[in-house]
Structures are given as C-alpha cells and as structure tokens.
Design a binder for this molecule. Structure first.
Ligand code: NAI
Length: 420
C-alpha cells in the first residue's frame, strides 16, 4: 500500500471540474435536494473511484443518503478524490489505490459493515462479496443497481443458482447507459489513454480489436476514424457479420496475431489473447485491455514464454521472449482507460448520464420497495426516458412529441384504423 498523503486540494479541484460538466446531476440535486428521498438510508457505492463517481456520491448524499463507498478495482482509485469526499458530511469512504487482493477484500468488507440498504455496484463486486462473505446482510438490502456488462452476467449467474436475495436493476442494459458509456466512453477514454501511455501513433497502424460488442464497436469505429486499419475478432457470427458489413477486416485471433501492431480486448471473457497468439506476434506489439477483468490477455502464458520482463515506461511492461521479440502490455492487462498511470476514465459528460441512470434506478427501486422479486430486471423504460429528457433539457435541445393521432396510428393494426 502506498503511504503518500493524498493531495486534498487537488481532489477538491477534480470534483469541482466534474461537477461543472455534469448538468444532469446538478438537476437531480435541484429535484431531490429538498425532498431527500434517501433520508435515513445507507447507500453503498462500489465503483471506480474518481471525480465523476464522486459527484454521484455527493448527489446521493444531497438526496438524503448516508453514502458509504469503496473501489471496484484496486488500481482505479484516486486517493485525492477519496480524501475530498471523506471531508463531506454523510459520506464515508473506504478506498485506496494500489491495494493487494487481500487488502481490497478487507476494505470492501468494511463497507458492508455499514449494512447498506441499497447498493450501486460495478461488476457486481460488492454484491458478490456480500453473498460470498456476509450473506446474512442480504436480508436488509432493498436492491442493487448494476453498471457493467460483466456485473449483469454475474448477477444473472447468482439468480440462476438461487443465491440472489434482492432485486437487481441491469442499468448497464439501458439505452442511456450502454449506447453512450460503452460505445463512446470506453472508446474515447481507452484510445486516448493508450495514446498518452505509449506516445505512439495510431494512424496507419494495424489494430486488432477483440470483441465487437458495444465497447468493441466504439473502439473499432473511433480507431478507424483516426486512420488505423482495424481488424476485428469475434466468437458471435452475427457480430462478426456486422463488423464485416461495416467494412472491418474480420478474422480469427490466430490469423490476426502476426498482423497486429496493437491489440485491444473488449470481450468480458478470459484468455482471448494467449500462448499460441503471443508466439506469432510481431516484435514490438502493444497490447491493452478495456474489459472489466485483467484476464482477457493471459499474462500467465506471456510470463511463461518470456525470458525477461521490465517496465519500459510508466504503465508499460515489456516482455522479451526467448527469440528476442518484445511484447508490451499496458497496465498489466487491467482496464486501460481506468488503471494506467495517466487514466482518468470515461469523459465526464458520459458518466453524467451513466451515474444519473444509477441514481434514478436506485430511486425507482426504493419507490417500489417490496414489490419486486429477487431477480435481475431491466430498468423501466420511463426511467431511461426521463434521464434522456433531462439531458436534452441541459443541452437546450427541443424535440417533437407525438400527436394523439400519431400515437393512435402507431398502436393501430386494423386497416380502417390505419386509414382513419
Ligand atoms: P458485449 O457483450 O456487448 O460485447 C462483448 C463481445 O465480445 C460480444 O460480441 C462477444 O461475442 C465477444 N466475445 C466474447 N468472447 C470472445 C472471444 N474469445 N473473442 C472475441 N470476441 C469475444 O459487452 P460490452 O458492453 O462491449 O462489454 C465488454 C467488456 O467491457 C465487459 O467486461 C464490460 O464490463 C467492460 N466494460 C468496460 C468499460 C470500461 O470502462 N473499460 C465500460 C463498459 C464496459
């Protein structure tokens, strides 16, 4: 654990900058700051702890909650932001950058000791920890709101095994989240961090993107617009076809391995790049991951093949193989946009939307307390629409609304009704 004192003033400035660019949260504080719907409740927030998450935490506290928070990834926590949050009323944080796996678990358990009523989670880290270590606490929980693709999969697995004891809203699956956060947020922040960490040119490079889901498609499209020649790998034939029809080269990782200058994984799966691929890569290949866990690039395989490893620049490890080829991995294969030394996560405005969805989903769970089964639910469409409306208001964009005749037309099926 690093012992350097956090720079409190810098943490305050980071929060201030984020607040200025999160107008939906400003609106939520106006709407709920007086009503205080979360009054008397403890809300646990487990997420990447930097300024945008800080603004969500502040907004929940403004709406009456006692907020306890912790990190969802040991390397993405910014200690200065944690310090600037911890000085505020009704906010208690347990988080620190660079914790070992044991310390990370310990600190999450501390958050659970506050016996949360609601959970706002990332990759179901806190929820999974609760069921694994303190299952008795689940009785009291009204529900959880889940932000990531990986977390929704984990919650569905818990539901299948009959472990889930409270309802979960799949916030990740809402249009207001995944169409913006996964596509644009992951795309812009992963590429910008890749460029800053390596200081290498993207234009003209052959870049292999593994996975053409929401994140992968954002990465592939944005890399192409920067002048890269993008190759896509997939396991889903429909996604592969979609990538093909968008003009990307599609092939297996086996074929792509010797061609790529850079590799970016975004699959939510494990061992996507492994021994047989490293064996074929070019000297100097650079690899990074945008998926939630650090298992997409098999570092175990790479270490087995490597004769030596060293840090060549902050955040970049160089593995030299027995035949002299060098393979570079950013941030030990952890989320490149959140855990590399210069990482700041998604752009602020995107997280304004994502966290507004988390806030509104938590509020909806609270308002419908006791009505929902212990299952994973889609967030009701009206919640998604409401956040979209607030976002448009903050942008000053007006849109048309359906006339009564149009509404009836869209709901009609009989010829005479369609022709009325
Ligand atoms: P998604 O489910 O839309 O896409 C994943 C794609 O990967 C699917 O099309 C799937 O067929 C493909 N895939 C699975 N195994 C593969 C393999 N072995 N080789 C090639 N393709 C494979 O998921 P989404 O939303 O794109 O998320 C992907 C990952 O990124 C998840 O772990 C998610 O939690 C994470 N994520 C990371 C963010 C960040 O800030 N870096 C933000 C949002 C999500």
């Amino acid at each position: 654990m690093a012992n350097k004192e956090p720079d409190l003033e810098l943490g305050r400035k980071k929060l201030d900058w984020a607040r200025q660019h999160m107008p939906i949260h400003a609106r939520l504080r106006e709407l709920y700051g007086e009503k205080k719907p979360f009054q008397g409740l403890t809300v646990a927030v487990c997420s990447h702890l930097e300024a945008k998450t800080g603004v969500l935490i502040e907004t929940l506290a403004a709406a009456g909650a006692h907020v306890v928070f912790t990190g969802s990834e040991p390397m993405s926590t910014q200690d200065d932001v944690v310090a600037a949050l911890n000085e505020q009323p009704n906010i208690t944080g347990h988080a620190k950058r660079g914790l070992s796996d044991e310390e990370f678990e310990e600190i999450q358990l501390k958050v659970l000791e506050h016996e949360p009523d609601l959970i706002i989670d990332d990759a179901a880290e806190l929820t999974a920890r609760m069921y694994a270590k303190r299952p008795e606490l689940a009785e009291k929980v009204i529900g959880t709101c889940e932000q990531t693709t990986t977390g929704v999969h984990r919650l569905e697995a818990m539901q299948k095994q009959g472990i889930l004891k409270f309802p979960a809203y799949a916030v990740n699956d809402t249009p207001m989240k995944h169409l913006f956060d996964n596509v644009h947020g992951t795309g812009e922040s992963s590429i910008s961090n890749f460029m800053v960490v390596t200081n290498l040119l993207v234009a003209g490079k052959r870049i292999v993107v593994a996975g053409f889901g929401y994140c992968g498609r954002g990465l592939a499209r944005k890399l192409r617009s920067l002048g890269a020649k993008v190759i896509v790998t997939e396991v889903d034939p429909r996604k592969a076809l979609q990538a093909h029809m968008e003009g990307f080269e599609v092939m297996s990782m086996e074929k792509a391995a010797p061609l790529g200058d850079f590799f970016l994984t975004a699959t939510g799966n494990r061992d996507v790049i492994r021994k047989e691929h490293f064996e074929k890569m070019k000297d100097g290949a650079v690899l990074a991951n945008s998926g939630h866990f650090n298992v997409e690039i098999s570092l175990n395989d790479l270490r087995e093949l490597a004769a030596s490893e060293r840090e060549v620049r902050p955040g970049v490890t160089e593995y030299t193989l027995a035949d002299g080829r060098r393979i570079h991995v950013i941030a030990e294969g952890r989320l490149v946009n959140l855990t590399a030394p210069t990482s700041m996560g998604h752009p602020v405005e995107v997280m304004d939307q994502t966290f507004a969805m988390q806030f509104m989903a938590a509020l909806h769970l609270l308002e419908h307390r006791g009505e929902l089964e212990p299952k994973v639910y889609p967030v009701p469409d009206e919640v998604d629409r409401r956040v979209a409306e607030i976002k448009l208001e903050t942008l000053g964009i007006e849109i048309d609304s359906l006339r009564e005749s149009q509404r009836r037309y869209l709901e009609a099926w009989k010829y005479e009704d369609i022709k009325f």
